[in-house]
Each structure stands twice: as C-alpha cells, then as structure tokens.
Design a protein around this ligand. Structure first.
Ligand code: NAI
Ligand code: MG
Length: 500
C-alpha cells in the first residue's frame, strides 16, 4: 500500500507518496490501515494514505534515536546540516507548482495566498535556519574564581512535532528547521485532514539525502499518533501547534510521562484597534486581510475589531463595502478571494458560532450564512457581527472562520482593557498615525505579536508565539533555537583545592 499515488489537480498531475516515512523509507503502517483526505472545495476524496498507529510511532522514535546517537549527525559538521536545509529549499523551489497545487487542493487555500505567502514563507524559513546551523554558540567565562567555565549547547535529542491543518506546509517547515539546524532528529505528525504536502516534502527530504531517521513522518490521527508522541518515553521535546484544548492534553501527557520539554502554539482571539487618526482606507484594507487571510483559519486572525466612536460609522460603511467584494468559491475552478473552510467539522463549528452569536443578541451586519448546501464544499459568507458584548461566546472563543465582531470604544484606556479581556494573547493590531501612542499602546497589549498599521504579518526571522493561554515558548527567529538545545555548563579547575 505504501506506493505513491498520482493526483490530478486542476489539470496537473502530481505524484505523492502515501506511506509513513520512517528511517528514510516509505512504509505501510504496522496495522495496515489507511485513511482518506478530501478536497474541502468539493467534499470529495483526494487521496488515500497510510495511517500510523502507536506502534509506528515507536518505530519512528527508534529510528530518530538511532540517527541522533550517530554523532556524525548530532555532533557533526553544522555546515552539512545547513547544506541539507538549502538542498531541501532548492528542491521545493524546483517543484513549487506541484506543492502549491497539492496544498490548495488538500486545504482549500487560494493559489494566490499559497504561492505568495505559504510557499515563500516555507522556503525563506529553510534558508534562514540553514544560516543558523553553524552559529549556535555557548558562552565562556573567567568570572568564576579558580575556574575557566564555558557552556555548550547540545541538540536536545528526539523531537516530537504535531502540526495543524491551517498551514500544513508552513508548519511542517517551521517545525523541522530549528530541529535540523541544531542537530536534533524528528518524529512529526501532520493533521488528519491535510497530510499531503508533508508527504510530498518527505520525498524531497529523501531526495536531498538527509540521513535516514533524521526526519520521520507518521500520518494519522490525534488520539492515536498524536497522543503516542505526546506520551512517548523516548521523546525529549514536543512542539505542538493547534487548539488550546489539545495543547493542554499535550502538556499533561508530558507531566504524566517523561517530562519532555513542551512548546505550544495555540489559539487566539486577537484585537484590532482603529484610532480616530488612522488612515481609514489602509485600516479597512488591513482589517479585511486580518480576517480574510486563510478565511479566518489563522491563529492570529483579527477577530475583534474595536473602532473609536468618532469614526465608527464611517469605518463600518467602508469595511462592509470592502467585505462585500470578497468572492467565495472553489480555488481549483477559478480565482476567488476565499475558498472553502478546511473540513465539514470546521464548517459546522463556524455555523454553530454564528448561531450562538445571534442567539445571544448580537446583530449579523453582513453575511451569516453558508454559501451553497455544504454537500459539495464548505463555503461560508464573510460575516460581520455588530452589537456585541464582551461576555458573548463569539467574543471569547476562537471561531476559526470568516467571522469578525466590530465594536465601539471611546478612550485609549477603555480599549486597552477591552482588548486584554481575553484568556488568549497571541497577537494584536492598532491603527494610528501617532507613533507615541503606537509605542505606548502596543506595550500595554498582552500579546506575543503587535502590529502597527498592518495586520497578519509574520516573518520567519522574528519570534512568534503567545502570552497567556495562547501558548508556551516562541517559534521562528533565533529564540526558537533555544527550544531545541540543552545548555551544559563545564567547569575546568584552574587551581581550586578540594574542600574536603
Ligand atoms: P487540534 O488541536 O485537535 O489539532 C491539531 C493537531 O493536534 C492535529 O494534528 C491533531 O491530529 C492533533 N491532535 C488532536 N488530538 C490530539 C491529542 N490528544 N494528542 C496529540 N495530538 C492531538 O485542532 P482541531 O480539532 O483540528 O481544530 C479545533 C480548533 O482548534 C479549531 O477550530 C481552531 O479553533 C483551533 N486550531 C488552532 C490552530 C492554531 O494555529 N493555533 C490550528 C488548528 C486548530
Ligand atoms: Mg484535505
């Protein structure tokens, strides 16, 4: 069963491996199971792939452990690891059209977003961490009397990584890069609705000649493969991106097993604040992008828009007109701004939130309905709520769909308090021409990323992660390397006598 399959996507033939990728080979799962991934734009099956089980995770971990223990990898020449990351980037660039087509069909993303953001973001991340491989250094100290001391940063070991379905390609790359750069090895699980680009990249990893076992990919479900990774006794660190509920269970699993180090990148309910001196046209355009990016299925989506009362009516008119222009349709049949939501589950969940909003007394100002029957693709109208109250479900919980709430504020003090009144703390944005205010307000917002006069902008060279229940730790940038290294202190005696 572990044979590649050839898919026809928008007239293009794309060959994808279907096996689990363990120790450098594509293999069937031990239980011989398979599962299907669908195209959410049609609701039809796209591909059938091998399904991993906990015993496959054991095999993958054993392969990763063996690869890690080979010192030519974990203590080898970092230039070799750098070259591998560059090689993978080269191969991805050579196969961009396949990768973009596959990602769009498996997720429902638009070609425009995938080719202009997800794909270059992935290649950029690879090349950025390729540059870090030989720059991970310790410190030396003559400050401890009688010793010469230094620290050594060693790769943490076997890393379990669990990724979501909203950015399957980008999250795959974000996760493996700092691990490979530092000399760790990886057992990664893709999300069950979007396994295909990770499989495609695993093939490129093989072609790039990564040593067997350095990266292992086990496709499958959360309760089996994900949980096995989180509980594994021979995994040293786990990195998870997904819902806060599942993030908690990953942290619990670490506590219940071997106290593996945990980093979590979880949900958000990010505020977007429009001050009266903002360039309104720009604010409208960026606020539209704040929710249109990936149709709201973005952890840092700008879902709570706060507009100063002096410009509220004007902003709402312009914003509504802008959102009315958003075209919704299947990306493989034409150019649309918004594709389908990723799965039936997600679609039902979003429609459930829209109902909860109206039930609690919020007003649907725009949209609020499904597009089509939901039988052949999971499309939802861009939706704006007004008349919202802070304690409403739609103001507290992550909807992960094309749904925003617009409300009014009258002072900086009031809006900062309202913006921070959330259990999340992933991102926040403000629109103002007053840069003193920008510095003051961003500093007071309890969020891991703050934008001024822009929204939904993330770069691989800068840290990304959440305050509060939006997560633990940071990805991207130099800081992410810390998650993948242990620090060892070495003291060399320069003449101290034993106290005995
Ligand atoms: P999820 O958090 O359950 O799934 C994310 C990943 O975790 C998937 O690979 C899944 O298979 C895995 N997983 C599930 N249960 C697991 C377990 N017990 N142990 C280990 N791994 C497990 O998210 P789901 O159900 O797909 O989406 C639900 C909501 O989560 C969304 O509506 C959205 O609000 C939020 N979400 C947030 C994301 C983010 O980027 N922060 C990404 C995906 C979802
Ligand atoms: Mg799919």
């Amino acid at each position: 069963m572990a044979q590649p399959t050839t898919l026809e996507i928008a007239g293009r033939k794309v060959s994808v491996p279907t096996g689990l990728f363990i120790n450098g080979e594509f293999v069937a799962g031990k239980a011989g199971k398979t599962f299907t991934s669908e195209d959410p734009g049609t609701g039809k099956t796209l591909a059938t792939v091998c399904e991993g089980m906990p015993e496959d995770v054991d095999l993958a971990v054993a392969a990763a452990r063996k690869a890690y223990e080979n010192e030519s990898w974990s203590a080898g020449n970092p230039a070799d690891r750098s070259a591998l990351l560059h090689k993978l980037a080269d191969l991805m660039e050579a196969n961009k059209d396949d990768i973009v087509a596959l990602e769009c069909a498996d997720t429902g993303k638009t070609y425009k977003q995938c080719s202009n953001l997800d794909f270059p973001g992935s290649v950029g991340t690879l090349r950025y961490y390729a540059g870090w491989a030989d720059k991970v250094l310790g410190q030396s100290s003559f400050n401890v009397p009688g010793t010469f001391s230094y620290t050594q940063r060693q790769p943490i070991g076997v890393c379990g990584q669990i990724i979501p379905w909203n950015f399957p390609l980008l999250m795959f790359i974000w996760k493996i890069c700092p691990a490979v750069a530092t000399g760790c090895t990886v057992v990664i699980k893709s999300a069950e609705t979007t396994p295909l680009t990770a499989l495609y990249c695993a093939n490129l990893i093989k072609e790039a000649d990564f040593p067997p076992g350095v990266i292992n990919l086990v496709s499958g479900f959360g309760k089996t493969v994900g949980s096995a990774i989180a509980h594994h006794m021979d995994i040293d660190k786990v990195a998870f991106t997904g819902s806060t509920v599942t993030g908690r269970s990953v942290l619990r699993a670490s506590a219940d097993s071997n106290l593996k180090k945990v980093t979590l990148e979880l949900g958000g309910k990010s505020p977007n604040i429009i001050f009266p001196d903002a360039d309104l046209e720009e604010a409208v355009e960026w606020s539209a992008w704040g929710i249109n990016m990936n149709f709201g299925q973005t952890c840092h989506a700008g879902t709570r828009i706060y507009v100063h009362e002096d410009i509220y009516d004007k902003f709402l008119d312009l914003y509504t007109a802008r959102m009315k222009k958003v075209t919704v349709g299947n990306p493989s049949t034409g150019e649309y701004d918004q594709g389908p939501q990723n799965s039936k589950l997600q679609y039902d969940k979003i429609l459930g939130y829209i109902k909860a909003g109206t039930d609690e007394g919020a007003k649907v100002h725009l949209g609020g309905n499904a597009v089509g029957s939901g039988k052949d693709g999971y499309f939802i109208e861009p939706t704006i709520f007004t008349d919202v109250k802070p304690d409403m479900k739609i103001m507290r919980e992550e909807i992960f769909g094309p749904v925003v709430a617009v409300s009014k504020f009258n002072s900086e003090e009031q809006v900062v308090a309202a913006a921070n009144k959330t259990t999340y703390g992933l991102a926040a944005g403000i629109f103002t021409k007053d840069y003193e205010r920008a510095v003051r307000v961003t500093s007071r917002l309890r969020a891991g990323t703050a934008w001024v006069n822009m929204y939904n902008f993330v770069h691989w060279s800068m840290p990304f992660g959440g305050y509060k229940e939006s997560g633990i730790g940071r990805e991207c940038g130099e800081v992410a390397l810390e998650n993948y290294t242990e620090v060892k202190t070495v003291y060399l005696n320069m003449g101290i006598k034993s106290p005995s």
